[in-house]
Structures are given as structure tokens and as C-alpha cells.
Design a binder for this molecule. Sequence first.
Ligand code: NAD
Length: 479
Amino acid sequence: MSLTSPLSGIRSGLIIGNQEILTEYTLPVINPATEALVSESPLASKAHLEMAISAARQAQRTWQAESFDQRQQCLLQFAQEMENRQSELAELLCLEQGKPQHSAAHDEVGFAIGWLRDMSSQRLTTHTLDDTGDQKIELDYQPLGVVGAILPWNFPVALAIWKLGATLLTGNTLIMKPSPYTPLTGLLLGKLAQSVFPEGVVNVLTGDDSLGQWMVEHPHIHKISFTGSVATGKRVMAAAAQHLKPVTLELGGNDPAIVLPDADLDKVIPSLFWGAFGNSGQWCVGIKRLYVHARIYDEVLSRLVAFSKTVKMGDGQHPDTQLGPVQNRMQYRKLQSLLQDIHNKGYTIATGGVLPEKSPGYFVPVTLIDNPPEDSRIVREEPFGPILPVLRYQDYDEVITRANHSEFGLGASVWGEDLELANQLAQRLEAGTVWINEVYTHHPSAPFGGHKLSGFGVEHGQAGLMAYTQLRVRMQPRT
Ligand code: NAD
């Protein structure tokens, strides 16, 4: 099979007010599997941001005046446009992000299409708070205005759709900034939006980190929905304070998974493996610390090692590839430094651990570390790559203390047949979502967010939609 894509060399402009605008300066987009140039993406200037804000502000009043049902119809039409172009979106995603094409098409683009269809039926309705005394009191939800969505590079399509869906359904207009590493799918989404949404409702700007900062600092962007690292999240929150701008921050995680001694290993091993190594470990809610009861520890570790040998890592364009490279050189270097630390400290490597000498491509092999110390870097830090510490525990109080001993609190999971015990332990875990015998599933009705440094606020569900609105109370005498 030829690895040269017909999409290589495509050139796209910014999407502002349903126009495509080419820029003077561009940024290279690199295929992480080959380190070859995929394309150039536009580098938006402050003037482009002003244009987008003006278009989004103009569109917002009219968009707000549409009913939820009318806005839902547009979102459904947009989902259809995405489905019509699903294979193109997936091919582009594979090229710029590195994930296998099958997974790009189904686990990400297909997921995003289904999400939009499901979430768009949600509503925020006017509540009557009191209508019994001499006063009628009602509460409704007003859009905030223009929302700035700032995205990372691990799930560029799915995360874009999460933010786009909630922003638009609630009557706001959108300025979306994809990661500089994965701008192309965001721009294609912007192009598809042109035929569906009124002018100015969806704007897509690509650029470097300073574009994100300008968006946060701008007084006429009324909310920031940010997904990315803790360090950047803190900067976003500090800058947003200047205008008391609401923020939703979906940040990093170092999610523990606890395997109980009665876990059915035939069922659980594949789920644990993909829970940790899916998307090559670049998953905010991936399993990043695996705590296994001492009674089954050796068997779990050896089965995971055996399973890892059956999984093929390579260029996502090859049809048999199951895991791609990590997405960029910065992330590759971070993983390289973690591996160096593991070697320097003499921790036991059960499999992997050695970077391939052959380049190109940011390939990091599936690596399992056998019971490293609790205070090691690989246990304390979020690797965001295919390196997993497997940790032995003896009793439940001990494992809960260790699992909660983290500055993060995004997700956690418990695996075992005794569901009463699993639920008891789940209730003691400090995390925004705790899964039992599954991991990283999401639902449009379930609020998603992190405890501690993993975030601020939630997306999804009624609470998530409300975060894209402000409350307005109406009071009047009863007649
Ligand atoms: P990052 O923080 O480096 O970048 C995220 C986005 O912020 C990019 O678009 C970047 O250009 C922009 N940005 C950079 N500096 C900025 C600034 N000063 N002001 C405004 N915007 C700025 O994160 P990343 O490396 O792209 O993503 C990886 C991280 O994202 C991991 O920590 C991962 O756990 C986290 N993540 C979290 C979730 C979640 O839902 N909680 C989901 C996916 C990824």
C-alpha cells in the first residue's frame, strides 16, 4: 500500500464568517509516523482574531434568537456532513495525529458524529421557582456570547465536537483554536460548518500558543473552554481573571486502576491493556497507574506482557497498525526523559523500555514497569504515552490511600467480580469519574470534569450545558 496520501500538501485557510482566509505566514504540520511535512497550516494574527470576534459577535444575537430545536437541526445536519466526509476526516486525522486510520474513523470521528446526534437533544428549560405566594419567580439560561475553545492534540476531532456541540446548542457562537500540532482536522470541520451554520456562528483559527493567550485576554470572548495541560490551564485561569471571564478547564490526569483479587482476568486483561495503551497512552482518562492485588500480581503482569506482544505498532496508514507513534517531538522527548530515569534508577522493565534506533517517527514501544517505588517519577507524573507502572498492593485501605495520593483527580477505575466491594472502593476514590469494570466511556448526560489539579468545572450533561450559560431570574407579582 502506498503511504502517500492524496491529502498530502493540502492547503487550507482560516474559517472566519464562512469565508476561507489564507494567511501570509504558516506553520508546518508534521506526520508523527514519518516526520514528513503533511501540510502548512495558517498562522492567525491578532487582526484575524479581531475579524473572527467581529463575525462571531454579529452572528450571536440572531443565533441566540433561534430555538433549541432549530439549533439542534443545524447540529444534526452538521453531523451528517461529517458522516459524508468521515473517511476524509479520518485520513487527515491519521496523518496529522498519528493514530491508526481505523481507530481515527470509528473511535474518534464516528464517536464524535454519534455524540453530536445524542447531545443535541438535550435542553435547558425555563424553571418556575415559585408560583404559590404573591410572586412568580422564573429562572432561565442565557448564552454567554462568544465562546473561545482551545484544544490539545490527542483527540482533535472528538474534543472539538464536544465544545462545538455545547457552545452552539446553548446559543453561543464559537471561535475554535485547534492545537498547532493538529490543526488540519479542525480546519476541515470549519469548512464543513460553512454549508450548515449561518455566517459567523463557527470560526476556526489556527496558530501558535500566543493565539490562545490573545483569545483568553480578549474582552469580547466571553468564555474559554480549555482542554490541555495543567501548566497552561493555570495560565488560562490567571489571564481570564482580568475580565472575570468564566472558564472550563479540562486538564491532565494520572488515573489509578485498582484490580481486585477476584477479577476475571480473561475479560479484564484486554480492557486494562487498551485502557492504558489505547491512542498510544495519550488519553487524559487513560489508566496511568495500575494497582494489582498481590495475590494475582504476577499473573496480571505476565498476561499484560504477553498481550502486548500481540499488538502491532506502526504507521497509522498501514491497515494492520493498532498503535501509532506519540504525536510530537516534545512529547517524545518527555517520554525519553522518563525512560532514562527508569533506567538510571534501575527499576525492573517487564517489557519495552528501549526506544527504536531506527528513525523516522516518534515511536515509543509499549512499556510495563514492574512495581516501581510509589515516589518514582513514572508513578507521580502523567507520562501521556505508552509507559505504564504496575504496582503491587496488599490491602484495600492501603491501595485507596496510594491511589488518592496524587495532585490529579480526573478518572479512576476498579476491576473485579465483587461489585459491592468495587462500589465501596469507588466511593472512596477522589476523581471526577470512577468507572467499574470499564474505563473511559462517556455519555452526553454525564458531567465530565476533574478534581484537584485535573480541572475546573465540567462538560456534558445539564451541568456542562449550564456552564455555557448565565442564569437570569425573572420576578413579578402574581395577578
Ligand atoms: P497544552 O496545554 O500544551 O496545549 C493545549 C492548547 O493550549 C493548545 O491549543 C495550545 O496552543 C494552547 N495554549 C498554549 N499556551 C497557551 C496560553 N498561554 N493561553 C491559551 N492557550 C494556550 O496541552 P497539550 O500538550 O496540547 O495536551 C496534552 C494535555 O492535555 C495532557 O496533560 C492531557 O492530560 C490533557 N488533556 C486533558 C483532557 C481532559 O478532558 N481533561 C483531554 C485531553 C487532553
